[in-house]
Design a protein around this ligand. Structure first.
Ligand code: GLN
Length: 586
């Protein structure tokens, strides 16, 4: 080919490339400069994962947050989910874990629950981002001409949006330290742009940005020896994104020995002291204490160059006491959790109902009990009605939230059994709605009482769709459109609920479309059911219960109390339920 023919083309490309590069640098430079002024009052710790997922990044990030907050820093935490989903609300909980709801109604990843529980704070939608969310903002801004005619590109505009979101979360609480967990593992295609944002921050503020890699060290059974090679590869992969980890948290079945620390240090280019051994533990609440013992707190304070207070394992801190209480061996309370999703194996279950499980634990530990949970599929009672009697061996029964029609009759049978046999019953959201249906059927005699969710054509819709939800469902506007987040309620004096909360007004988190129909409220009340919590305008039933002289504990909440249970401040309703279980112990 004639040289003259290709030169102009080459020149065109070189010019275009230079234009793109200079435009890129200009955009980054200008934008980061503005952000830097705000960002640089704070330290940023990115937590990334190596080798496999599910290795405990969330708990590591939460534990780091706890350590630093106990040492006197204002800490906030951000979860980055690399999914395209705008939020976790549309994801199947049996595959992706629980959908955790924040005060502001954001439907987020279960790790947000871990952060709130470990930190003891309320987070907001500023603390959660997904790829979908980041792209949506950039595209909206482009549509509004906010980029002033620039060519909007994956790089730099996406990483810059990520950085500005990190700044928003910092500014919300004026944090000293922001912990940012990047979902997935390094080397995945999905989280590259988030790593790019982190790299840019490190480049511009080298003394403010740090990286903790949580990695996994397998012990193959045929070798019987802990292997460092996968972690070495993971670090190199992270290096290829331009990032060097400052600290490795080495997760394994066993503690890391000196030899392995040396090896990792040598091949991952990290001082040996910055490699933290994190073996499996019985209680995740020991992890902050263990980390402090391993010197992680001092190491981080030193790295981020902050004057930090004493560690949480010195003296008798609340956390240390709580962590100790999680090892209780006696005073077992046997609790049955009855629902429909329960044929998918224990692993999935504990993820789908994480907050419920933790809420039970906090209230049990606070009263010196060890909770033992049994997961029971309500469909078993439909197939074999006689087996319902097996429920009599439990000290209490919980029906957690849920959706759809499967297993509903079995749950209603369960509630009837708990009511008649005076077994403490606690219904959460769907568990409250079905409790009201059971009462309508068996006490009011409305034999076909149901919820619109199960049978929209029924003439006895004791539970019906909320007015403002109708159009959303008809137009298939299903994402982020339920009644979500914190709403206030007033409590009736002298009821179980009011006595538990020791207050006449509360605020709790919601996630539902249906509600107790006001058409049946009076009849239910005159048949003995008490709506002990109602919305301030009196229109929505928030808590239903039977009086204490009729049943030791028969109570359901339209909201999800589990989202506000914290290790150091157990939820009053769970505590009242556990106390009732202890009192009636078999
Ligand atoms: N399915 C019920 C509703 O949408 C309950 C929801 C729940 O338990 N979170 O109202």
């Amino acid at each position: 080919m004639d040289l003259a023919q290709i030169v102009p083309e080459r020149l065109f490309w070189i010019t275009k490339k230079n234009f793109i590069i200079s435009n890129y640098l200009k955009t980054i430079g200008k934008y980061l400069h503005q952000l830097e002024k705000k960002l640089s009052n704070c330290k940023y710790i990115f937590v990334v994962g190596g080798v496999i997922s599910g290795v405990g990044k969330g708990v590591t990030a939460s534990s780091l947050a706890r350590i630093l907050s106990d040492r006197g820093q204002i800490v906030t935490a951000i979860k980055i989910d690399p999914y395209i989903n705008i939020d976790a609300g549309t994801m199947n909980p049996t595959e992706h874990g629980e959908v955790f709801v924040l005060d502001d109604g954001d439907e987020t990843d279960q790790d947000m629950g871990n952060y709130e529980r470990f930190l003891g704070v309320d987070l907001s939608r500023a603390n959660y981002m997904t790829t979908g969310r980041v792209y949506q903002s950039v595209i909206e801004r482009e549509r509004n001409l906010e980029y002033n005619g620039a060519c909007v590109q994956v790089v730099p505009h996406i990483p810059l949006e990520v950085i500005s979101r990190i700044e928003n979360a910092r500014a919300r609480v004026n944090a000293d330290v922001v912990i940012i967990e990047i979902g997935g593992t390094v080397g995945e295609y999905e989280n590259i742009l988030f790593l790019e944002a982190a790299r840019l921050m490190k480049l511009r503020m080298p003394n403010h940005v740090f990286f903790v890699m949580v990695s996994y060290l397998p012990i193959p059974s045929n070798v019987g020896e802990m292997k460092t090679k996968p972690t070495q590869h993971a670090v190199r992969t992270l290096n290829s994104s331009g990032i060097q980890p400052d600290i490795i948290v080495a997760r394994s079945k066993m503690p890391l020995d000196d030899k392995r620390k040396e090896k990792l240090s040598m091949f991952c280019n990290i001082p040996k002291d910055n490699i933290i051994s994190a073996p499996d533990v019985d209680s995740i609440y020991d992890i902050p204490v263990n980390f402090e013992k391993e010197g992680l707190g001092d190491m981080i304070c030193d790295k981020i160059n902050m004057v930090c207070g004493p560690a949480l394992n010195t003296g008798s801190t609340k956390w240390k006491k709580f962590a100790k209480s999680t090892h209780v061996k006696n005073n077992v309370v046997n609790i049955a959790i009855v629902g429909k999703y329960f044929n998918t194996g224990d692993f999935t279950l504990s993820d789908s109902y994480l907050s419920v499980i933790e809420a039970i634990k906090y209230s049990s530990y606070a009263s010196g009990s060890k909770p033992v949970l049994t997961w029971i599929s309500s469909m078993d009672f439909e197939k074999n009605p006689n087996s319902i009697k097996s429920l009599s061996k439990y000290d209490g029964i919980i029906v957690p939230g849920g959706f759809g029609t499967r297993g509903i009759e079995g749950i209603i049978k369960t509630i009837e059994f708990a009511r008649k046999n005076k077994i403490p019953y606690f219904g959460l959201c769907y568990g409250m709605q079905l409790m009201v249906i059971e009462y309508a059927r068996n006490i009011l005699g409305i034999k076909d009482a149901t919820t619109r969710e199960v049978n929209p054509n029924s003439n006895s819709l004791v539970i019906d769709i909320m007015e403002d939800q109708k159009a959303k469902v008809e137009n298939k506007k299903m994402g982020g459109s339920m009644r979500l987040g914190a709403y206030p309620a007033n409590l009736k004096k002298g009821t179980i609920a009011q006595k538990a909360y020791k207050s006449s007004s509360i605020s709790e988190r919601h996630r539902h479309r249906y509600e107790v129909s006001n058409a049946y409220r009076e009849a239910l009340e005159s048949a003995g059911l008490i709506f002990s919590g109602v919305s301030p305008d009196g229109k929505l039933c928030e808590i239903a219960e039977l009086p204490a002289d009729k049943h030791p504990f028969f109570l359901g909440t339209q909201f999800h109390p589990e989202f506000k249970a914290r290790p150091l401040t157990p939820h009053p309703l769970f505590t009242a339920f556990i106390k009732a279980c202890q009192k009636g112990k078999k």
